[in-house]
Design a protein around this ligand. Structure first.
Ligand SMILES: [Ca+2]
Length: 103
């Protein structure tokens, strides 16, 4: 039987009893990266909306607009996965019920 990749194992156990998602900063980044469908290293409003929907977030359209405004420090309309993602992480903690843990 093949050994499961460690990252996948981590993500599997990230849903806590209270329904809150727990992840580390790195996992958060990897998670968002999955939604960067065109691979340009940035998250667009549409991509963020998909990400919010995937965690069962209500009002995904509204939240994605809010999230972009919150995190888009240079106002180009995208969340840069290297520089602006930590603003989005803050947003996710406050509005998406994501708990960021550090191991
Ligand atoms: Ca930006």
């Amino acid at each position: 039987m093949p050994i499961m990749p460690i990252k996948q194992g981590n993500i599997k156990r990230t849903v806590a009893k209270n329904g809150k998602r727990e992840m580390t900063k790195e996992e958060f980044k990897l998670w968002l990266k999955k939604f960067d469908t065109n691979g340009d290293g940035r998250i667009s409003k549409q991509e963020l909306r998909k990400a919010i929907r995937s965690v069962g977030g209500w009002f995904a359209t509204c939240k994605s607009e809010h999230g972009i405004r919150y995190a888009d420090a240079n106002h180009d309309g995208y969340i840069d996965l290297e520089t602006e993602i930590y603003n989005l992480l803050d947003f996710a903690k406050k509005h998406l019920g994501v708990k960021i843990v550090s191991y």
